[in-house]
Design a protein around this ligand. Structure first.
Ligand code: ADP
Ligand code: MG
Length: 292
């Protein structure tokens, strides 16, 4: 009967590093027509590193790293960790920050010695009327190299650009390719800018790239996929992926991610390998063949 088959299925799942928290997921997996993936920490390793440092004329690299590193020290974002690590590598001692503020989808702001410091994307610079247009070509070049470029400003002036790259997980390309070969539509949902997202999407072979999505917008994107493909899985690791994991017909968390994502999901990929999804789908199909 069903219960035995489900237990057998879950047992095999555990062997493959798939932890099934909700038994219904074993049944739903076989019907999944589309899978939405978060980018950072799901498709990529979630460990971005600084690759490029560009300064405006007359500004030292160390100055940019000091200001950016000090502000980012207050942020939990993987982009922030990359900058703080780079500053520490250069033996830069970070400054004290006041009035720290993280602005969703844009970046971070704070004061060092009473001077306003901003680190973030174009939107953050536009909101603060900071001119960066002279560097637009440079930004585009970095983004087309699949890097995330962050602008750093002091008061009303741009001081530099810090770019980071986050390598793909070893099995991301193979897993996406196999899912597509199984006839499953793959999509990436990210808050990152559209050019960086497109470059990563192309490298990994994902068919739909949905970029510049605010954290609250991920649920909406899953709903939109459900309207089109009916049964949709969502894969994510972050706190802000949790509502989308709940909304999806199957929520899949990355085991190395946040507890909040794991609690919101039906299934956990213990080692964080995307190939676990393929095992889960095969498991679902095999289990329910046995029952029939
Ligand atoms: P994701 O989880 O896909 O990276 P977010 O919504 O967290 O999406 O971030 C969207 C964008 O906002 C980032 O690509 C970056 O440009 C900017 N941003 C967010 N947090 C920071 C930060 N701590 N420092 C600099 N930029 C940031
Ligand atoms: Mg993530």
């Amino acid at each position: 009967g069903t219960p035995t088959a489900l237990m057998v299925g879950s047992g095999i799942g555990a062997e493959k590093g798939i932890l099934i928290r909700n038994g219904e997921a074993v049944q739903t997996f076989k019907d999944v027509k589309a899978i939405a993936f978060d980018k950072t920490g799901t498709i990529t390793k979630g460990k971005p590193e600084v690759t490029d440092l560009i300064t405006v004329e007359g500004v030292e690299e160390k100055e940019v790293l000091y200001f950016a590193g000090s502000i980012e020290n207050g942020s939990e974002h993987p982009l922030a960790h990359a900058i703080v690590e780079k500053a520490k590598d250069q033996q830069i001692s970070l400054g004290e920050v006041k009035d720290f503020q993280a602005i969703v989808g844009m970046g971070v702001v704070g004061k060092i010695d009473g001077v306003k410091i901003l680190v973030g994307n174009r939107k953050l610079m536009q909101e603060n009327k900071i001119a960066y247009e002279a560097y637009e070509e440079e930004l585009v070049r970095l983004e087309e190299e699949a890097k995330t470029a962050m602008l750093m400003a002091r008061e009303n002036q741009l001081l530099g650009i810090v770019a980071v790259a986050d390598p793909l997980k070893e099995d991301s390309i193979a897993a996406i390719r196999e899912l597509e070969a199984m006839g499953i539509v793959t999509a990436m949902i990210t808050g990152d800018n559209r050019r960086t997202a497109a470059a990563i999407g192309k490298r990994v072979g994902i068919s739909h790239v949905i970029a510049e999505v605010l954290p609250d917008g991920k649920v909406e994107e899953v709903v939109r996929l459900q309207e089109k493909y009916h049964t949709v899985a969502m894969v994510g690791d972050g706190i802000n992926d949790a509502p989308a994991l709940k909304q999806a017909n199957v929520g899949i968390a990355i085991g190395t991610g946040t507890d909040i994502a794991i609690e919101a999901a039906d299934v956990t990929l213990v080692r964080g390998e995307l190939s676990g999804i393929i095992s889960a789908i095969k498991l679902s199909k095999a289990t329910f063949r046995k029952i029939k």
